[in-house]
Design a protein around this ligand. Structure first.
Ligand SMILES: O=c1ccc(O)c[nH]1
Length: 354
């Protein structure tokens, strides 16, 4: 169901308050051809209600003729900002950018963040944004999960379906996604609620079994039958199974880029308001699938770029695959067992945990 302007303005004001927006600060709302009109209009209204100086920067879409999907997270690397000095200058001069276009995984995003600008990505449908409006609890839970990585040398992931993967750790930072940007230079994504990092370059080895019901993104498909992926020295060496395996394999091959097969981020979902079932309720192009990336207890892994974590791989091919029913441990410290998060976290009873 749709949500009212009132509810979405309220949600924006909540997120902007958590993001420490101050009166007189400059907010630039970044839009393109796929920006949702209600998300845009309510963002502009909420920021103005909070006393910000508000701009809108609309950029033409790019990559349409190269990508095989209109999902902004499917084809990465170049963005409408690439080479656009004037637009980048405006965003660097802003205190907060509300990205309703998708800059994620772009070199320009890092350039803008380095200037101290905060960037909040928000491209899911309005009702998804309202359902998963971030709470302080979300930040606390994700921060608690991030602390479990401290000093750990290896993530081990296993499942009854046959996954058995070893990911040496330590070369890359741990990234917390909790839905608001409460520090200068921070990027986040509303909605979210998960923790992720990158395995040490070229060191991941083992088997990933994408079981029936696990989700393939950006395909936005539930796998109908198991896909068996072998990984050696940080790169995918084989993808075996039935039609889903063939679709995944052919899609990745179409980029003709060896970096598409590199291990990208790994982590687990912590958002109880995200649901594994949601993807079945939406047309494929209506969402980018954040319920799938954030649902509590998933093991989310990814193939492709690592520039988000400071690496040099900027391949356009980006695959995100959340698995159910995995056991994830960090040097023997089990953080998820059979798809259940083991953190004993209790949510505050305060309204929205604000
Ligand atoms: O929020 C996101 C979205 C996609 C992704 O791969 C990582 N984080």
């Amino acid at each position: 169901m749709a949500v009212s302007d009132h509810d979405l303005i309220d949600a924006w004001k909540h997120v902007l308050t958590l993001s420490k927006l101050e009166p007189g600060q400059i907010v630039t709302v970044l839009t393109s051809s796929t920006t949702h009109p209600q998300t845009l209009s309510t963002a502009l209204t909420a920021a103005q209600l909070m006393g910000a100086m508000v701009n809108r920067l609309d950029l033409p879409p790019v990559n349409g003729e190269k990508a095989l999907s209109r999902d902004a997270l499917a084809y990465l690397g170049t963005t409408p900002l690439t080479g656009n000095r004037a637009a980048i200058a405006a965003l660097k001069e802003s205190d907060l950018v509300l990205d309703l276009m998708t800059l994620l995984f772009s070199p320009e995003q890092h350039d803008i963040l380095a200037s101290g600008t905060k960037i909040l990505l928000a491209v899911e449908p309005p009702e998804v944004l309202v359902r998963m409006v971030p709470r302080l609890d979300d930040k606390e839970r994700v921060a608690q999960a991030a602390r479990r990585f401290e000093g750990k040398k290896e993530m081990r992931v296993t499942s009854a379906a046959g996954t058995d993967l070893r990911c040496p750790l330590g070369e890359f930072p741990v990234i917390q996604e909790y839905g608001f940007v409460d520090a200068p230079g921070r990027w986040d994504h509303w909605p979210s609620g998960f923790v992720l990092t990158w395995p040490n370059e070229r060191q991941t080895s083992g088997t990933l079994v994408i079981d029936r019901g696990d989700i393939l993104l950006p395909m936005k498909r539930y796998a109908q039958e198991p896909i068996r992926v072998t990984v050696e020295q940080g790169f995918v060496r084989s993808i075996e199974g039935g039609l889903d395996a063939e679709l995944l394999s052919e899609y990745m091959a179409s980029f003709d880029d060896p970096e598409a097969y590199a291990m990208s981020h790994i982590g687990w979902g912590l958002q109880p308001r995200a649901q594994w079932t949601t993807l079945a309720m939406y047309d494929r192009e209506a969402t980018i699938g954040m319920d799938a990336r954030a649902f509590e207890g998933n093991f989310l892994f990814s193939f492709g770029p690592n520039n988000e974590a400071g690496g040099t791989r900027t391949t356009a091919c980006h695959i995100d695959i959340p698995l159910r029913r995995c056991t994830v441990s960090l040097d023997g410290d089990t953080v998820v067992r059979d798809g259940k998060v083991l953190d004993g976290f209790t949510y505050s009873t305060a309204k929205e945990g604000a």
